[in-house]
Design a binder for this molecule. Structure first.
Ligand code: ADP
Ligand code: MG
Length: 637
């Protein structure tokens, strides 16, 4: 029979310490959070090496009286939680009373602390959790905690530490996350005597982000705000042109606490659907503020995971806030000049683009629709440009006169006295044959088209438009593809179809035939009319309106490919992917001759801000300023 023993408190502490103190970075996090909870305005973190030998955190917070300092290192000793009720709404970073006990169990600690206004302070030394020395001492108000020789008494843990370099950068990241979460507090980080970052603590999110993440990251961010049923969202999200290869630059904060959350990540990324390439991720610094009782932070000792009592509300808050930030983005991506151009103009550093403000949708914007309808409509919810009846009408190339050529629909948009419900476009499927007319949606102010002059088309690919002091170059295919995609999406599952004068026969290869059979209903919704013909052939009698008939076979091949790959994805994803194909096949191509009226339609769509990225996330336009050109020609240096 084994003999059961109750572990000594010391051994129990050492075991428990493993949960809270994994590496030097955990010490940094816990000490900075304690400083925040102590009401500090300024916090300085100093590291030596990777942090395991030396971490010092100094704050100007409330400090501790000697009797408090004496018990602070005991397990479950905390000033932040009194009773069970308190556990239901935690407003401080700490509350478990574990960190100091855990850290001190596996290190040597030196503490000096003086409460505000007290005549003198206290100096304490601890080793492996035991107090070695405790004396009155002269010291500044606030608290300084030095943690030395982390894991000196747990060699097994020490062995698992990585190189100094990677431990130190983990420490830096831990401090940065704390600092980013609290723009009203100033945090300085010094590593081996060198200042690594400093946040000003002026309470402004933008200056906090700028100082911590740097100019480049800050210049690619769009202001993002929103509110949904008591969940307030503020902060910044990245412009789709600044997509990243990973999610490392996604920072979420809940009531000032850095958290990891797959829910928030999904809400954010959902908003970027159709404006970011697959495999690219948005970055963000988003602050969620909600009632303490609405979120449980007591999920894990490290407290970076939380549970929201109403996940959907939180999801929607983030999703809509991000979406409206994207909709409000400036007209075109300011694409930096190419490297070679840069070298010519290197004399003047590029100015950071000011973090721009986005119009916040009207208050009832959120309440007026269910998340599902909104999501299902996606970009269709984008406000349309005001109807412009002066648009050339006679030049409209209808399907009848050019049945086999894809042309832009030049019909003026319905002049609207009818105000559609907010966001979702309730498109009644028009009877086949009527022209496709976009209905203006008037939820947010309709963006106006600025005065402009079409200079011409270059290389049969790029449309050149002069707007004020800028030249806007528009990729005509990409812009048209986006317009098509939005139009198709707005038609929901009733894509208009065009009957072919001469049906197309095709012979699918491999298992494409099977896919065509299995997905007959879906293809009908897309506007294809297909039936088997003979042994191995299929006859196509109708294709989606606007599609170039010459592309029928290749479009169907692509759709089959997407169906094959899409099995694991959600239905909406597959549908969107397929719409991409149709949108692309219906778009004017680079290399084609395009009429000037058609170019005008494209220019207006882009200049009004309705069309920014092609469905794959590539920008549809690039802006070159007079300054850029003047620099190239060395008119200015
Ligand atoms: P918790 O933060 O969960 O309360 P800790 O072990 O981190 O637990 O800290 C224990 C207690 O020590 C805190 O509740 C607080 O009263 C006190 N304390 C810790 N750090 C500081 C500090 N920098 N300034 C003032 N008091 C502190
Ligand atoms: Mg703590």
């Amino acid at each position: 029979m084994p003999v059961i023993q109750v572990l000594s408190p010391h051994l129990a502490d050492m075991i428990a310490a493993g949960e809270v103190v994994e590496r030097p970075a955990s010490v940094v996090k816990e000490l900075v959070e304690n400083a925040f909870d102590a009401g500090a305005k300024n916090v300085t973190v100093e590291l030596r090496g990777g942090g395991a030998t030396y971490i010092r955190v100094t704050d100007d917070g409330c400090g501790m009286a000697p009797e408090d300092a004496g018990v602070a290192f005991l397990r479950h000793a905390t000033s932040k939680l009194r009773d069970e009720k308190g556990l239901e709404s935690i407003g401080t970073m700490g509350f478990r009373g574990e960190a100091l006990a855990a850290i001190s169990a596996v290190s040597r600690i030196e503490l000096t602390t003086r409460p505000r206004g007290a005549a003198e302070g206290t100096r304490m030394e601890l080793e492996a959790g035991d107090i070695r020395e405790m004396l009155p001492a002269g010291c500044p108000e606030g608290t300084t905690m030095i943690v030395r020789d982390l894991f000196y008494n747990t060699p097994a843990r020490l062995k698992f530490l990585k190189s100094d370099r990677s431990e130190a950068s983990a420490c830096e990241l831990a401090a940065l996350r704390c600092a980013l979460g609290r723009p009203e507090l100033s945090v300085r980080l010094i590593r081996d005597g060198e200042e690594r970052f400093f946040s000003p603590g002026d309470g402004r999110q933008d200056s906090c982000i700028y100082s911590l993440l740097g100019r480049k990251a800050a210049s690619q961010l769009l202001l993002c705000t929103g509110e949904n049923g008591g969940v307030r969202v503020s902060g910044y999200v990245s412009s789709p042109s600044a997509g990243r290869g990973n999610r490392r630059e996604q920072y979420f904060f809940c009531n000032g606490r850095f958290i990891r959350s797959s829910l928030l990540q999904a809400a954010l990324e959902q908003a970027y659907k159709n404006s970011l390439l697959v495999g690219r991720y948005p970055s963000c610094v988003l602050y969620l503020d909600l009632a303490f009782a609405q979120v449980d932070v007591n999920v894990h000792p490290a407290k970076t995971e939380v549970k929201f009592s109403d996940e959907k509300r939180v999801f929607d808050a983030v999703y809509y806030a991000a979406l409206s930030a994207l909709q409000g983005e400036a007209r075109t991506a300011q694409v930096p000049l190419s490297a070679s151009t840069k070298s010519v103009t290197a004399a003047s550093p590029d100015k950071p683009r000011p973090v721009s403000a986005s119009p916040v949708p009207k208050k009832d914007f959120y309440q007026s629709m269910s998340a599902e309808t909104f999501r299902a409509n996606g970009y269709a919810a984008r406000p349309a440009a005001p109807a412009r009846d002066e648009r050339p009408q006679g030049s409209s190339l209808r399907q009848a006169s050019a049945p086999y050529q894809t042309r832009l629909d030049l019909k003026p948009r319905a002049s609207s006295t009818e105000v559609a419900a907010p966001a979702p476009v309730s498109t009644v499927p028009a009877p086949a044959g009527t022209p496709i007319v976009e209905k203006p949606v008037q939820n947010v102010e309709s963006p106006a088209v600025p005065d402009h002059k079409i200079v011409g088309e270059a290389l049969k690919t790029y449309l050149i438009v002069e707007v004020g002091e800028e030249l806007v170059l528009i990729d005509k295919h990409a812009a048209h593809e986006r317009m098509n995609f939005d139009r198709l999406r707005a038609q929901e599952r009733h894509i208009l179809s065009q009957t072919l004068l001469t049906p197309v026969t095709l012979r699918p290869s491999g298992d494409d035939a099977e896919l065509l059979d299995q997905n007959a209903a879906l293809l009908r919704e897309l506007g294809f009319e297909i039936e088997p013909f003979g042994e191995a052939d299929y006859i196509v009698r109708a294709v989606p309106a606007g599609m170039d008939v010459g592309e029928t076979a290749s479009a169907l091949e692509e759709i089959c490919e997407k169906l094959r790959r899409g099995k694991a994805q959600g239905e909406q994803e597959v549908w969107d992917e397929i719409l991409h194909t149709v949108a692309c096949k219906a778009a004017i191509k680079a290399g084609w001759d395009t009429q000037v009226e058609e170019l005008e339609v494209l220019a207006e769509a882009v200049l009004s801000g309705r069309v920014k990225y092609c469905p794959h996330g590539r920008p549809v336009s690039v802006t070159v300023t007079r300054r850029d050109l003047d620099k190239l020609f060395k008119r200015i240096v």
